[in-house]
Design a protein around this ligand. Structure first.
Ligand SMILES: Cc1ncc(COP(=O)(O)O)c(C=O)c1O
Length: 359
């Protein structure tokens, strides 16, 4: 059965499986920060009403300058979009009629946006027996056959982060064999900003870094993301985007969010603590767990336990995990969990402990 391809919106999963959703749901299938948006967003909300009656700035200001300032790059290196999802669609268009390399298991939108633009996708599958380590030698070899490589860093759904050395090797290889690199850093906010590849972009005109404001700042509803790349790539992406692609409210809220350093540090701390606790709990119960650095992890239940049964049994109890049916290389055997607040994580562990004991 074809289950929905994305986390969040759990009612689609219930409808597809014909399960009546309980009144209250705990949705671990999405990876958005459970703290909710920073207080400063609510505080600025009343003033934002005045923005409704004006067209937004066509360059996404004041967000664009705030993001440039945040990363210490100049604005010609940046372009803002209606979520990273819009930017991925625009980037895919750049490679129309060409070939792209994707390392699975990974975020399904790379392949979806590329195939929609008539890009031939070559797939590499990272092996679960290597803990989904980046298959570097194969990547370097295959790069000579394609125009672009996509990497999710840290990777959704494994949470694995390629090392700076690996990325440098890949990028240098890209320069050698004329293969662009698209690095999706949608979740790097939860790790450490100093690990971002953005400071390197000025040195490598064939690298595009994609960022999302959705996850860290808990604002998936307003749609805001950006790319950092050489000015020529930025101009090319911009030329493909609709005018006013970033709404005025999002551009204001994004600028407010980027000022929230204390909030960011607290969120990183909380998600790291919860991820470490859950990793330890799952390993103690015989599961294999990815070495995630992000605000989610993936796990595979013990040898005699079935992920699909666990998934459905938990759905009956109002607990939604992310299935892996459409993650190539995981093929339904793994489940992804997004970190929530402590009380919700405790509830999840209680329910899981019972399931592990009974199955
Ligand atoms: C790896 C990755 N990149 C990009 C996105 C899209 O983010 P946005 O909400 O900014 O469109 C997602 C959403 O789940 C994601 O998981």
């Amino acid at each position: 059965m074809q289950l929905p391809n994305h986390g969040a919106n759990p009612h689609h999963v219930y409808a597809k499986l014909g399960i009546e959703p309980p009144d209250t749901l705990l949705d671990f299938s999405e990876n958005v920060n459970p703290a909710g948006p920073p207080q400063a967003v609510s505080d600025s909300w009343p003033a934002l009403l005045s923005k409704l009656s004006a067209y937004p700035d066509p360059f996404g200001e004041p967000f664009l300058s705030a993001a440039a300032n945040f990363h210490g790059v100049s604005t010609p290196y940046l372009f803002a979009g209606n979520g990273a999802a819009e930017l991925l669609a625009l980037i895919a268009e750049r490679y129309q009629g060409k070939k792209a390399l994707i390392v699975h298991p990974t975020f399904s939108e790379y392949e979806a946006t590329l195939t929609a633009k008539n890009v031939e996708v070559i797939q590499i599958i990272a092996s679960e027996t290597d803990g989904f380590d980046l298959p570097l030698a194969t990547i370097l070899e295959k790069m000579k056959e394609v125009s672009v490589l996509y990497l999710c860093t840290p990777n959704n759904p494994t949470g694995r982060l390629p090392t700076r050395d690996q990325l440098q090797t890949i990028v240098r290889r890209g320069a050698e064999v004329d293969c662009d690199c698209v690095f999706d850093e949608a979740f790097i906010d939860f790790v450490d900003e100093s690990l971002s590849f953005i400071p390197e972009v000025e040195n490598y005109p064939h690298v595009t870094v994609v960022r999302s404001m959705t996850k860290m700042y808990a604002i998936p509803g307003i749609r805001l993301g950006y790319v950092v790349a050489s000015p020529s790539i930025i101009m090319d992406i911009k030329a493909r985007a609709p005018h006013w692609n970033v709404n005025g409210i999002a551009a204001q809220i994004g600028a407010v969010c980027l000022r929230e350093e204390t909030y960011r540090q607290q969120v990183i701390h909380q998600s790291t603590v919860e991820r470490q606790r859950l990793t330890e709990f799952l390993r103690r119960h015989g599961c294999t767990v990815t070495d995630s650095v992000a605000n989610f992890l993936s796990f595979k239940p013990g040898p005699h336990q079935q992920a699909s049964k666990l998934f459905q049994d938990l759905l009956q109890q109002g607990i939604v995990l992310r299935h892996s049916e459409n993650f190539l290389g995981m093929d339904g055997h793994w489940l992804r969990v997004g970190m929530k607040k402590e009380a919700e994580m405790t509830r999840l562990k209680e329910v899981l402990a019972i399931w592990f004991a009974e199955n």
